[in-house]
Design a protein around this ligand. Sequence first.
Ligand code: FE2
Length: 240
Amino acid sequence: MIDIHAHILPAIDDGPETIEESIELCKVAANDGIKTIVATPHSKDGVYESKSVEILKAVDTLNSQLKENQIDVKILPGAEIHISEGLVESIKNADVLTINNGGKFILFELPFVFIPPGTDKFIFNLMSNGVVPIIAHAERITAFQRKPELVDQMVKIGARVQINANCLTKRANRGERKCAEWLLKKGLVHFIASDTHSLRGRPPILSEAVRSASRIIGEEKAMALVCHNPEQIINGLDIY
Ligand SMILES: [Fe+2]
């Protein structure tokens, strides 16, 4: 499996504080059958301004530590990016990192409570510039919980959708779970990812969520959300 949303790099955002904690998270991921993790530290959100060079360097360091510790997980670069003016320029200048530094897909975080006016146009503008936004943890956004049809509109423009694994587990928040199940049934989910920050909060475990999703959309489609679709985007290829 491939996890495309993980705060796994040490001391760069609100994820692990030390490299030892990062390694622990990777061990848990490996035991769950995760082979590849896209590191997506918060970037351009007004709090964390992780620079691309810092992320790339931290990815290299963690990869060599994993090799040394014989943990069979590969880390790829990425970022979790907030909606902001000049984003297209920042992507073109490589000020912000796309998924696997491929220049095509970004993990894109919307505010939790409301959808900023003009978001549709913003997505359209990204798409026109050859950048495909993946909406991070759509089920957590209150506006989508109230009106999940809004997700459909964004997918029609070209956005892709990621949900967090923990919204399909026994410990899930009810509103998030209901929204995620609706999106799954409508075929509006393209990825399940962990959004891990720590072992206690959201551990890097995808298998339990895949089992839940299998009961809703069948095993083949559920597996595609953690295998085929992530593999496509890390290789810069579209998913349908
Ligand atoms: Fe995140």
